[in-house]
Design a protein around this ligand. Sequence first.
Ligand code: PLP
Length: 367
Amino acid sequence: MPVPLLDIQRQHAPLAPEFNEAFNRILESGAFILGKEVQAFEASMAEYIGVKHAIGVSSGTDALLVALMALDIGQGDEVLCPAFTFFGTAGSIARLGATPVWVDVDRESFNIDLEDAARKLSAKTKAMMPVHLFGQACDMDAMTTFAKEHGLAVIEDAAQAIGAEFKGKQVGGFTELGAFSFYPTKNLGGLGDGGLVTTNDDVLAEKVIKLRNHGMHPKYVHQLIGGNFRLDALQAAFLDIKLKYLDKWHEARGQHAAAYREALKDCGAFELPAILPYRRHVWNQFTLKVLDGRRDELRNYLNAKGIGSEIYYPIALDQQACFSSNCRGGGSIRVSHELAASVLSIPVFPELTVAERDEVIEALKQF
Ligand SMILES: Cc1ncc(COP(=O)(O)O)c(C=O)c1O
């Protein structure tokens, strides 16, 4: 039986009547950008995450960009960034003329290694961008202590981790700013691009709201140079519908992860992802570390059986050609390189059936 890595249709098909109702409502309203649909969604998100302000933007990448802009990060500033993450985390830093400083990650959690971060500090370091990778929160006690000690602003890249918790508190509300993505493969995925900036700081919130619309306030008065980072009404309405089901989907992902962790615990060919203390892991990805250089062999083997898998991420950011000059800290990155050569993510989407999950388990046991 083929098993897809993700089948978004299974999630959307039952929601079609609700989506159609929202589509017709917005079509009739003629109001397609920002407006009351976006405001309603922002209120839902602020309540769900437990933050004072949730500001809808055009993508997760733009959420990171606007968050950096709100902190006035630019030329001459350095921002600590994990070398093992999605490109957008670092791209947003470089686009503003600031310098991404590569920090290695912890092998067990896949998240930023604060000991390495300490080694990478300089007089120019202004901020850091920890990523709650694959749906598991960083240690936010250690993070906030580190940031305070060194006078750094922190932007949480929570693109993959909506609903993830550390000590009972959701990510996105621990530091100055949080950034979320609603890319369709995320736990809360739109029917297109979308993102969110979160903050508990009124001044930063006001700045983000201006920046997402060309720094404009009031109309045609521009106090800041922002951009078009606006969220569409349709996306906001679709996401607001999906938000009602998010915790149920998180639970299903958690059940798949628990079943994999139990059934595969004695497999010697790979290491299973760990759940660290005080965490609610939301399993945007279930990522194996394949041992003995056999990652591509395992991927080909699963592929031959029709089982979907993906490599997040095959190249560490310090090794990307576009960062050959405008960055710092690359010399000592070791774990990120090891992970780039050994990780493989397997199906963990909520609608995966038990029969499909068993198929994946059997295939992995036989490898
Ligand atoms: C860790 C991380 N940061 C940033 C992003 C960027 O989000 P988007 O694709 O919505 O621009 C993503 C999603 O792809 C991501 O996984």
